[in-house]
Unconditional design. Structure first.
Length: 249
């Protein structure tokens, strides 16, 4: 019998097919959260999906609490099932493209010690992302942290970018031969799961096919965060094509 925990693990494995260093970026992200916000932070997990970051946060820092925000009904269904017995995580449905998304957060008025997100904000267009960074500057307490790990390729290293993409493509093909699901295959499997079929249909009604927004290098993100009101921002981790940009409010 397939359980919600199985689906959460399946999502992680599918994401790792694209991001073999996914756990490394999570580790660096949580290192920064702990360093800046201490052992018991109040964290906003932005575009949380199935709750992968929150799961690692709560395991590492038992005193932490997390608010996970996403608009995808299928991924939230998995998260709600997987974390059904976890009182430290609150899940909220909100669309980051909606300028009023933050009004859906718990209404206790407390700022967040940290906001974290991974492999998600590339879905937003430039204008929506700049507006979101301004929103986050109002939600993070002074001295708090924002960390965004995402696809942030450098336009001035085309040879390195091409070499890395060729290497990653070869690795993915090897793993596909071993039965690892890609994005489309994972969603087909989810649609065939009776407990998820309705939520998957609703998800595709919202998103349609996967379409990325605008791509920007890490330095662009850092500059926009400072313009939005963060005191400083820079790169906390980088691979050839991805980076983690962190900003202190």
């Amino acid at each position: 019998m397939t359980t919600w925990h199985d689906w959460q693990r399946s999502w992680d494995r599918q994401q790792e097919w694209y991001l073999p260093d996914r756990e490394e970026r999570f580790r660096v992200m949580l290192d920064l959260v702990e360093a800046v916000a201490g052992p018991a932070p109040r964290v906003l997990d932005l575009a949380c999906g199935t709750g992968s970051i929150s799961e690692r946060l709560l395991a590492r820092l038992p005193g932490a609490v997390s608010v996970g925000v996403d608009v995808d009904p299928a991924l939230l269904a998995i998260a709600r099932g997987h974390f059904a017995d976890e009182p430290r995580l609150t899940l909220v449905t909100a669309d980051l493209n909606d300028p009023g998304w933050a009004k859906r957060l718990p209404e206790d008025g407390a700022p967040f010690d940290a906001v974290v997100t991974s492999t998600a904000l590339h879905w937003l267009g430039t204008d929506a992302l700049v507006r979101l960074y301004g929103d986050l500057a109002q939600l993070v307490r002074p001295g708090g942290l924002f960390a965004n790990a995402d696809h942030m390729p450098q336009s001035d290293t085309p040879l390195l970018n091409a070499a890395d993409e060729a290497r990653q493509r070869a690795r993915r093909e090897r793993e596909r031969a071993d039965g690892v699901l890609d994005w489309a295959g994972w969603w087909r499997a989810a649609a065939a799961e009776p407990a998820l079929a309705e939520a998957v249909a609703a998800r595709f009604a919202i998103h349609g096919d996967h379409a990325d927004g605008d791509s920007h290098p890490a330095e662009w993100h850092a500059a926009r965060l400072v313009e939005a009101g963060f005191r400083e921002a820079g790169v906390g981790w980088r691979s050839v094509s991805d980076a983690l940009v962190a900003a202190v409010r």
